[in-house]
Design a protein around this ligand. Structure first.
Ligand SMILES: [Zn+2]
Length: 429
């Protein structure tokens, strides 16, 4: 069976090219302006054909205290597929060996979360299973998730020895705790309690430790231009550090915490001021970020409104349903879409050891997203939204995902879910 995606504007690593793309046995078999034999046709005239997105930071099915995120893994993966995402890397808590998947509309892998000290053999065991990245926190001691600096140093040495990657959530726990003693724990104070200095201190400390242990450190959900300055300085000294940011830090800012619907914006690290947001956008457009992820963690309005206390409200926002359409707006001109594709597909594939994915290239797995331009309008809630929340309703977008193809099978077409073609991705170093 040969699928022909005809006459689309293909987003290739070096730019946009109008051509036909052929898929055979789950792989991209040819990219050509010539007409070849086919069995099935998708007409992509006036559309843009992207490599399927790889979202390397999701929480599709997470238990957070007494709350579980809206929907299960399969339903959340379906939402991802409807937005052009073809692979996700989710998180496996330390005490959990497996998240029930039951068939997925997208490919999936996991980062292993480490919340109590482990030895080298433990790390090596996960690497052998294709789980080649680990995640730690410098905060949330109250939840029992935080490692101390000595434990982090030891873990860095193990991860370095195994050739794996260590991810870190950077916020200074002590500073957050002290701020909580001086300020009421209300949503309006979220950005002040988890202030920029909390992130900057932890980024600086983790970068310093990474430089001295030699580990490849990846800093998740970076929110501040000053964090990038710190990272860049350590990189210049030879430290191996990469970083990501998320659409929430590129499209939302802390004034939203003053609104009546401020419960939509409760997550950590929190929103920063408008200047920080504007500079983060500029950094992303200049190609300074390594990857863009979502940190998708969707709770319903009822769950979010269950308390007014930020230490009780389940934290997170549903970015998977909006990210692609937002990032396309950020890059604006289709001439720059290859730069968006680098951040959303190719770089995450390379960074996290996902082989033969992340680009439209002959011989690569056929993970593809096809989008069409529509009239500019406030970004709509995706039809498969599980939380019912739209934190981006004030932002306009003019893009819609028409088709998503996973492993050569159509997962999403014209508003309908099709095949469950996703599978576990065994990653390599
Ligand atoms: Zn996260």
């Amino acid at each position: 069976m040969i699928l022909k995606i005809a006459n689309g504007n293909l987003i290739l690593p070096n730019g946009v090219k109008r051509a036909n793309l052929y898929v055979k046995d789950g792989f991209i078999s040819e990219i050509s302006t010539k007409d070849k034999k086919f069995d099935r046709l998708i007409d992509a005239t006036n559309s843009f054909v992207f490599p399927g997105l790889i979202d390397a930071h999701t929480h599709l099915s997470l238990q957070q205290g007494e709350y579980h995120t809206a929907g299960d893994f399969q339903k959340s993966a379906a939402l991802a597929a409807s937005q052009g995402i073809t692979s996700v890397i989710d998180y496996l808590p330390q005490d959990t060996e497996e998240i029930p998947v039951n068939g997925a509309f997208v490919n999936y892998s996991f980062h292993k979360v480490i919340t109590t000290p482990v030895n080298y053999k433990y790390i090596k065991g996960y690497v052998a299973k294709g789980i080649t990245s680990f995640k730690i926190f410098t905060t949330y001691s109250k939840n029992g998730w935080m490692l101390n600096d000595g434990q982090i140093r030891d873990l860095m040495l193990h991860v370095k020895r195994a050739g794996a990657i260590l991810e870190v959530h950077c916020e200074n726990d002590g500073m957050v705790k002290e701020n909580l003693r001086h300020m009421p724990p209300v949503i309006e104070n979220l950005s002040k309690i988890r202030e920029p200095l909390c992130e900057l201190e932890a980024v600086n400390r983790m970068c310093f430790l990474a430089m001295n242990t030699g580990v490849h450190l990846h800093i998740v959900h970076t929110t501040l231009p000053a964090s990038w300055t710190i990272i860049n300085n350590y990189r210049k000294k030879g430290a191996k550090i990469t970083w990501e940011t998320c659409p929430q830090y590129l499209f939302l800012h802390d004034m939203l915490l003053e609104r009546n619907d401020n419960y939509l914006y409760t997550f950590a690290p929190p929103l920063r001021d408008k200047d920080a947001m504007t500079t983060m956008r500029a950094l992303v457009l200049k190609g300074k970020a390594d990857i863009i992820t979502t940190d998708h963690c969707a709770f319903t309005k009822d769950q979010k409104l269950s308390s007014k206390d930020i230490s009780r409200i389940p934290m997170g926002l549903p970015s998977i349903g909006f990210s692609f359409r937002l990032i396309l707006e950020l890059f604006d001109n289709p001439k720059n879409f290859n730069k968006a594709a680098a951040l959303l597909s190719l770089n995450p594939a390379k960074l996290f050891g996902i082989k033969k994915r992340g680009a439209l290239k002959r011989g690569f797995h056929a993970d593809i997203a096809i989008i069409k331009e529509i009239s500019s309008r406030p970004i709509e809630l995706p039809s498969l939204s599980l939380s019912g929340a739209n934190p981006y309703s004030h932002v306009n977008s003019r893009w819609r995902v028409i088709n998503t193809i996973v492993n050569g099978e159509i997962a999403w077409q014209a508003g309908d879910l099709k095949h469950l073609a996703g599978h576990f991705l065994k990653r390599a170093i």
